[in-house]
Design a protein around this ligand. Sequence first.
Ligand code: ADP
Ligand code: MG
Length: 318
Amino acid sequence: MGKGEFELIAAIRERLPPAGDNIGIGDDCAVIPGIEYDTLITTDILAEKVHFLLSYYTMYDVGYKACAVNASDILAMGGEVTGFFVSIAIPKQVSDSDILEFYRGFSECAGPFGVTVLGGDTTASKSDLFISVTATGRVKHGHALLRSTAHAGDIIYVLGRLGESAYGLKLLSEDHAHDRKDPFVTAHLRPPLYPELWQKIRSRYTITSAIDVSDGFLGDLFHILEMSGTSAEINADVSWSAVSSLPALAQTGKITSETARELLWRGGEDYALVFTSPETISESGILAAGRIVNGRPRIMLRENGDIRELDHRGYVHF
Ligand code: ADP
Ligand code: MG
């Protein structure tokens, strides 16, 4: 890709006809309006050597993650998953039994959603393994949670874990044989989703916007700000350990507090949810991280009484 991914998608979008009554490019899912329910559709590619290496992912892990990253986008829209389509381009070094392992992992993740794979496509690949998964979902008509509807005054919440997947990836990159039961490694290979807690929150509180964290907390929060035309203030002094074990790890001296913070805020592939609400929500597993404020899209950090602008880009420096 010559340009960045987001500029390219924006250029594609400009050249396409408008989406009409549908919500098209720009959110976690497309929304196709229905009568009682609206249909949600999302698709994500996992490319070998880009998203995963088979030296430390089993095919089971690849299958699990391919399901999780797509289910996460449906959850981020406030929807329930209704089905999956799986397309695979298989190179000769990947056997049929490898592919069946992939489906075992996929089904392990899909099972709790009460849905299965409804179709797909299979072809050969000349080089690497490519997997494209489409997930479908549904949400009560007009109730999809968008990125574009956060308001000044809303509180910014995190549901799920932050930075643990990125630290797991760091461990695996340094040692492909790293203990697979290590919770950080598990967070990377099989990202946890929290459909029940999220459902409970949605049923009790007004949620104004949501996104799932694939690019890092700051990067994905920035998508909400861009689409909502607002600014955010994040509070460094809240209890980030409610959503990450990295602050505790920094206290043991295993990583520096600087690394912990980088991973926590910029590490990707957590599949936590970032959402906004005008209400005070005190539930275990959820952190109030800051507030939406008026202003151009940017992220300000409050810390020890100071306030400064943060670079929102999803870089992780080890
Ligand atoms: P996510 O991380 O939630 O999966 P992405 O960053 O992959 O979202 O995509 C952002 C938006 O751009 C989504 O609405 C997605 O459907 C859209 N998109 C991505 N790639 C393309 C493409 N090649 N053509 C059209 N739309 C695309
Ligand atoms: Mg997403």
